[in-house]
Ligand binder design. Structure first.
Ligand code: AMP
Length: 282
């Protein structure tokens, strides 16, 4: 695996690979890699000849400075995992390399409701920062295929919009969420859970699963399923649920009927660690 730290160096390498007509698959990450990330690398390998991964903890997408400072960094382990998974190129830029002219983004895109709701409402500025860095990275790597996780459901919808609005030629592939044996969605933040919180965290995916079964059995209306699910999360000691919502899978608008394709999305602070998860319901 080749490792590049500057835009110039990775650009030179990618140009020569593209000249040979090789298809590029790309997986952007913030590191602290787990099997969820590795599943994206494997999906990229299936779809392209050259697999590029980046690790960059992007300061502009953290609305909470403490969350940024506590974000786990495990570069050496990450490099080993990537090499083992068959990643070809790792891009590891510094903050100065990504933001040579400072953090300002005069060309920000207005994603409308898609970026205002759910995570957008609870993490002001998060999606602006995320879209800013993903756009920069796409302009550097210019991949044929971009692989992202459904774990960050709203994020992959917004990146889809970014690709459309900027007319990038990249194809976005959203890959399924990889879970621990008990159902907890894998996340870099899980390492910050203490033993008690880790045990309880499984309630998030259990509640999503419960909502799915309620929809399947047509037990009750969407509003009461949503409210019961939120109550169920709030009843767990140490849980501070921010939201549990059932939305249209494409627009994230409130659904008008169960015939629409639905996704349930939740954000919960568990022992002080903010976790998100979601499940497509039908
Ligand atoms: P992150 O490093 O958290 O920014 O995530 C990088 C990419 O990995 C994003 O596209 C995430 O959606 C994806 N990802 C994170 N966790 C998982 C998971 N458990 N399963 C599948 N993809 C994931």
């Amino acid at each position: 695996m080749l490792l590049f730290k500057t835009v110039q160096d990775i650009d030179n390498q990618l140009k020569s690979l593209k000249k040979k007509g090789l298809k590029i698959g790309y997986v952007p990450t913030m590191g602290a890699l787990h099997l969820g990330h590795i599943s994206l690398i494997k999906a990229a390998k299936k779809r392209s000849k050259v697999v590029v991964c980046s690790i960059f903890v992007n300061p502009t997408q953290f609305n909470d400075l403490k969350d940024f400072e506590r974000y786990p960094v495990t570069i050496e382990g990450d490099i080993e995992k990537l090499a083992e998974a068959g990643c070809d190129i790792l891009f590891l830029p510094s903050v100065a390399e990504m933001y040579p002219n400072g953090y300002e983004n005069p060309a920000r895109i207005d994603f409308g409701f898609l970026a205002q709701t759910l995570e957008g409402g609870h993490r002001p500025g998060h999606f602006d920062g995320m879209a800013q860095v993903v756009e920069k990275l796409l302009r550097i790597v210019k991949p044929d295929v971009l692989l992202m996780g459904q774990k960050d459901y709203q994020q992959q919808l917004i990146v889809g919009e970014l690709i459309r609005k900027r007319r990038f030629k990249t194809q976005l592939v959203a890959c399924p969420t990889v879970r621990e044996a008990d159902g907890l969605a894998m996340s870099s933040r899980n390492v910050r859970l203490n033993t008690d919180s880790r045990k309880k965290a499984v309630e998030i995916s259990k509640t999503l699963q419960w909502a799915k079964s309620q929809i399947a059995n047509r037990e009750s209306d969407i509003g009461s399923i949503r409210a019961s699910a939120f109550k169920r999360l709030a009843a767990v000691t140490g849980f501070d649920p921010e939201y549990f919502e059932i939305r249209n899978t494409q627009t994230l608008e409130l659904p008008r009927s169960k015939r629409e394709k639905l996704v349930a999305l939740a954000a919960v602070k568990v022992g002080g660690v903010r976790l998100i998860d979601n499940m497509v319901l039908n």
